[in-house]
Structure formats: structure tokens, C-alpha cells
Design a protein around this ligand. Structure first.
Ligand code: URA
Length: 201
């Protein structure tokens, strides 16, 4: 797939999300006059980060990880020598859940097909999940349900799986928001990010 084809497919996804009034958080988006967060970065990224759902700043701007957890994510990327422009960053749920509550299973189910299409467009070498919601979804999607465990046990590990486009590595990471007030998680995240370094362009 060339650059233009990838861009067009991503635009289709964006248009569908903007217009799909059946999405569980569509009404909430309209009521608050905010944006869905589709994703940002290189469409041919080797590293794809998948978070949970947009927060307040993200829904206000339409950009993923641009608030407090985004600042920490930027530090982690810099620590590992990875440029934000070279990776692709998105979430499972593309609209902000009210009051930043955890996403409901039906929300994950409704938005996940868009994420699946984004993965097939980008064809990353490695998916780094941020937090347990994307960890569970992605590990199950790639047939790694037997390897699922508490995030405190499996963060930073590399699980090999098969994608329709070839071999893929899944690496669960703590969510950067957890690390803001938790120095232990901060240190673990810093160490884990070094695993991603070898996939950097
Ligand atoms: N937390 C997430 O999971 N995603 C964002 O985009 C921002 C905060």
C-alpha cells in the first residue's frame, strides 16, 4: 500500500467515526461540542501505541495524548530516543467517556473495528499497549489470551504473534497516567521503553 492509499483509508475511518451516530459516545461528543480522537503520527510507523480513550484535553483538540499523560509519554519517547513523528499513537475508544471513567465493554466493542482497520493500514512491527484495556483487547485479538496476566507481571515483555500482514510483537506497558503519581511505575515505564528503541526508525 502506498502513502496516498494509506492516507485515504485513514481519512475514510475519520469520516466514518465523525458521522456514525450509533457510536455509544457520539451523543456525548455532540453535547460537549468536542472531537473524536482518531490517532496521530506516521502511517508507516514501525511502533504503534494504543491507549485507552481520550481525556479532556484530547477531546478538546482531537489529538491523542496531549494532556498530562501525553507530556509524560513525550518524556518516555525522548528517553528512548524515539521521535513522536515516527510512531503512530491512538486509542481503542475514540471518544471521551464522561468524567474520564473507564470505557465500558460495549464501547470497546463498538470502536475496536476502527482500531483493527488502523492496525491493518499501518502494519506495525510492534504494538505497545498503554494500560490494561488495550492490553486485554490486543492480546486477545492476536491469540495471546493464554499469556494474559496482571499488567504488573507482564509489562515490558515481548509477545510474538501473527498478523495478517506478518509477524508482530505485542508489548504491554503501564499507562503513562498511572506513572504520574507512582514513581515505581515511572521507573518501570522508562526501562520498558528501552525495549522499543530497537524498532525506532
Ligand atoms: N489517555 C489515553 O488513554 N489516551 C489519550 O489519548 C489520553 C489519555
Amino acid at each position: 500500500m502506498n502513502k496516498e492509499e494509506k492516507r485515504d483509508l485513514m481519512l475514510e475511518i475519520k469520516e466514518e467515526i465523525l458521522q456514525n451516530s450509533k457510536l455509544p459516545l457520539y451523543k456525548e461528543r455532540k453535547k460537549n461540542k468536542v472531537f473524536p480522537v482518531i490517532g496521530e503520527g506516521s502511517h508507516s510507523a514501525k511502533i504503534m501505541f494504543i491507549g485507552e480513550a481520550p481525556g479532556k484535553n484530547e477531546a478538546a483538540t482531537g489529538r491523542p495524548f496531549c494532556g498530562a499523560s501525553g507530556k509524560f509519554l513525550d518524556k518516555l519517547l525522548a528517553h528512548a530516543g524515539i521521535k513522536r513523528d515516527d510512531v503512530y499513537i491512538t486509542n481503542i475508544v475514540k471518544d471521551r467517556p464522561p468524567a474520564n471513567r473507564d470505557p465500558f465493554p460495549d464501547e470497546i466493542e463498538a470502536y475496536a473495528p476502527y482500531l483493527d482497520r488502523q492496525i491493518d493500514i499501518i502494519r506495525p512491527k510492534i504494538i505497545a499497549t498503554l494500560g490494561r484495556f488495550s492490553m486485554v483487547y490486543i492480546m486477545e485479538k492476536f491469540g495471546l489470551e493464554d499469556r494474559l496476566d496482571a499488567i504488573s507481571k507482564i509489562h515490558g515483555r515481548s509477545f510474538e504473534a501473527k498478523a495478517p500482514f506478518g509477524k508482530i510483537i505485542i508489548t504491554p506497558l503501564y499507562h503513562p497516567a498511572v506513572a504520574i503519581y507512582n514513581p515505581h511505575a515511572q521507573e518501570e515505564l522508562k526501562k520498558d521503553f528501552l525495549v522499543l528503541k530497537k524498532f525506532a526508525d
